[in-house]
Design a binder for this molecule. Structure first.
Ligand code: ASP
Ligand code: MG
Length: 408
């Protein structure tokens, strides 16, 4: 007998029929003698609907009130799933985050989990009950309802699996696993049977929307065995996120290609080349709570240099405002910027032991006439910034370059 945590996303519980399907699947796992904790998201579109409703009433919704409101989405689905399970003759009981006591900090709309009280859940499991828990929500010490950020139900699932030392956390979603590239861009992208935790972390931070990045961090920290599966397929094995590189059955150099258009690029030209200049530019950006991703500073000449970096597009305008002041202060020549860029990345732990990966990628892009504007690397990743209009082409070219379309 194993303890399994299953998490079902919004599309998987998007209608009464689909909720009944989830109940049938849970019933099959129970029939095999397993204990089940099931975490659910709100029905598809519901969280967006609630946020829009709030914005109709208050232009910048109050974070505390917003959390009180959006947490209701999940409260509906837990009760419905518990009812559907009872219809299947299964003992079930639903819990909101506050009822479990998933304690978070008080950062409304993006709270972090601090602790989970497993007492009630354990007692129910021992009575042969399926425990259904609302994803995405928690409660502060003071009893305030909080939410964990968009996509936060993944994190609820992984956190429960960690707290209760579950055998496996299964994330059921509308795709059947993690792919070598977005199948909408690369039709012959393949599902990966396994991916390492580090690769998954890179992919999640690079814009692959399969898992909320915090859930991957959590899985890494607590060594939770995590699997992504389709809720619409009955026998798929999905993608297993592993911790040992040797556990990886297929060992390609590159595991996947990611792309996103979430960033904008800012360059300050003619910056005086002297100590402290990077700090003078990026300090105020950080103070304005703007995250910086890639940073490039050129070799100086004639006492001047150029300094470029990227920020999230949502922060682009704010960053430019901050920089106008900085520019006058440090007496830089000019600011040029643009948001028509894309970041395309190749990810793979195999890079560690293979030379020439980056240059192979650069050659492949050059052969298609794609200009690289910025480059950044880590041990297991190479990212390039290119003109947005070449995003799909770049992903396809790189996918082909590393033979990711070939069965491993
Ligand atoms: N319902 C929340 C959202 O849409 C949480 C989740 O689905 O994971 O972001
Ligand atoms: Mg999700």
């Amino acid at each position: 007998m194993a303890l399994i945590v299953q998490k079902y996303g919004g599309t998987s519980v998007g209608s009464p029929e689909r909720i009944k399907n989830v109940a049938r699947r849970v019933a099959q796992w129970c029939a095999r003698g397993h204990q089940l904790i099931v975490v659910v998201s709100a029905m598809a579109g519901e969280t967006n609907r609630l946020i829009a409703l709030a914005k109709d009433v208050q232009s910048e919704p109050d974070p505390r009130e917003l959390d009180v409101m959006v947490s209701t989405g999940e409260q509906v689905t837990i009760a419905l799933l518990a009812m559907a399970l009872m219809e299947q003759g299964i003992k079930a009981r639903s819990y909101t985050g506050a009822q479990v006591k998933i304690v978070t900090d008080n950062a409304h709309t993006k709270a972090r989990i601090i602790s989970i009280d497993e007492k009630n859940i354990r007692a129910d499991l021992d009575k042969g009950c399926v425990v259904v828990v609302a994803g995405f929500q928690g409660v502060t010490d003071a009893g305030e309802i909080t939410t964990l950020g968009r996509g936060g139900s993944d994190t609820t699932g992984v956190a429960l699996a960690a707290a209760l030392k579950a055998t496996e956390c299964q994330i059921y979603t509308d795709v059947d696993g993690v792919y070598t590239a977005d199948p909408r861009i690369v039709p012959d992208a393949r599902r990966l049977k396994t991916i390492t935790f580090e690769e998954m972390l890179e992919l999640a931070s690079l814009g692959s929307k399969v898992l909320q990045i915090r859930s991957v961090e959590f899985a890494g920290k607590y060594k939770v065995r995590l699997r992504v599966l389709s809720s619409f397929e009955d026998h798929g094995e999905g993608t297993l996120i592993t911790f040992e590189e040797s556990e990886k059955m297929e060992e390609p150099v590159i595991s996947g290609i990611a792309s996103n258009r979430d960033e904008a690029k800012i360059t300050i030209l003619g910056v005086p080349d002297r100590p402290g200049i990077a700090y003078q530019i990026l300090g105020p950006i950080g103070d304005a709570n703007i995250d910086v991703d890639m940073i490039v500073q050129n070799v100086g000449h004639d006492g001047l240099t150029d300094f470029s970096f990227t920020v999230n597009r949502n922060d682009f305008k704010k960053a430019l405002e901050v920089l106008q002041l900085v520019r006058n202060h440090i007496k830089a020549r000019e600011i040029v910027s643009g948001d028509k860029i894309a970041k395309v990345s190749i990810v793979g732990v195999g890079m560690r032991s293979h030379a020439g990966i980056a240059s192979a990628a650069f050659r492949a892009l050059a052969e298609e006439g794609i200009n690289i504007q910025m480059i950044s690397t880590s041990e297991i990743k190479v990212s390039v910034v290119i003109d947005e209009k070449y995003t799909e082409l770049a992903v396809r070219v790189l996918h082909k370059c590393f033979n990711l379309d070939q069965p491993a």
